[in-house]
Design a protein around this ligand. Structure first.
Ligand code: GLN
Length: 308
């Protein structure tokens, strides 16, 4: 396995040249655009990796499935679904027009938890008396899923996001005008910005993916972290919405549930077989790791990973 990963990594490395670092969060411009790494973890706990796997980067949108899991653990599927739907928007992650106000459907039916508007709403659904408490519970779940108690927030990225996050502010205030957010919008946003700034490695993402692949149980043990039905719910949404407006392309090329982030991370889930963590900060036009997708495509092809 190590040898295969090394071979595929080498073949995918040149694709980093075709992408660009995210520049709308200034702090993310400090990343090395040529970096690339892959980490694989199986349900029995066995692991393999190649490339840049010790480098820490911010989780960004890969936190969205964790926000969803925390909201599910606190409220159950029916309540979560009544606030945020499950249909792909077919629009960019930060689209202001994700909600089409001309249609009769409820606003919530236009959203899913993998785009920014849906994820900002997830923050409001997490239990806790204050937004600090809600965020602390989310951070605890992230540490538990990754089996890494040392995970912390990257303060510089958090400050950078908070200072430049006008688009996310616009999305959140729009949710407020639709009556979907009660209370202080800035507090909700603060929780969201902190969540995006959680620092992880490929290994952390692989472990989180492995728990989702293992239907909510920790790899290598029988410890249940969340109910199997939540894994089914989250994995289905990852498949249809996890790579934003590149989800259809990813489904035909790779064919597995996955979530990307503008920090260059991808967490992929091969149900019952493995979790995969990728780091490659050069992004394509949809904000997905360009070489990371190429690497996953080849890996899926060689290992027959597509669920189709
Ligand atoms: N923090 C980023 C934002 O909200 C996350 C987006 C992403 O990773 N696609 O804009």
């Amino acid at each position: 396995m190590e040898q295969l990963l090394e071979e595929l990594l080498e073949a995918s490395q040149p694709y980093t040249q075709n992408g660009k670092l995210a520049n709308y969060i200034p702090e993310l411009l400090k990343a090395d655009p040529n970096a690339l790494g892959i980490y694989v973890m199986r349900p029995d706990g066995k692991r393999s990796w190649a490339g840049d796997c010790t480098h820490k980067f911010t989780i960004q949108s890969v936190v969205k499935p964790i926000l969803l899991l925390q909201a599910l653990l606190d409220n159950g599927i029916d309540v979560v679904r009544s606030h945020v739907g499950v249909e792909a928007t077919g629009k960019p992650f930060d689209a202001i027009n994700a909600i089409n106000t001309n249609e009769k459907a409820l606003y919530s039916e236009h959203l899913n938890p993998m785009v920014n508007m849906g994820a900002i709403l997830m923050c409001t659904l997490i239990h806790g008396d204050t937004y600090q408490e809600k965020f602390d519970r989310l951070l605890d779940l992230t540490r538990k899923l990754a089996d890494n108690p040392d995970i912390v927030v990257d303060e510089a990225v958090y400050q950078s996001e908070k200072a430049t996050g006008s688009k996310n502010r616009a999305l959140a205030y729009l949710l407020k005008t639709y009556g979907m957010i009660q209370g202080d919008v800035e507090e909700v946003l603060d929780c969201y910005f902190r969540a995006c700034s959680i620092q992880v490695t490929c290994k952390d993402l692989a472990r989180i993916g492995a728990v989702l692949a293992n239907r909510g149980r920790a790899p290598g043990s029988d410890e249940r972290i969340f109910p199997a039905k939540f894994a089914q719910y989250v994995n289905a949404i990852l498949l249809t919405c996890g790579m934003y407006d590149g989800s259809g392309d990813f489904a035909v090329r790779v064919g597995i549930p996955a979530k990307s982030g503008v920090g260059g991370g991808i967490m992929a889930v091969v149900p019952t077989r493995m979790g995969i963590g990728i780091f490659g900060p050069a992004l394509d036009k949809n904000g997905n790791s360009i070489a990371g997708i190429r690497l996953l495509e080849e890996f899926s092809h060689r290992m027959y990973l597509s669920i189709f």
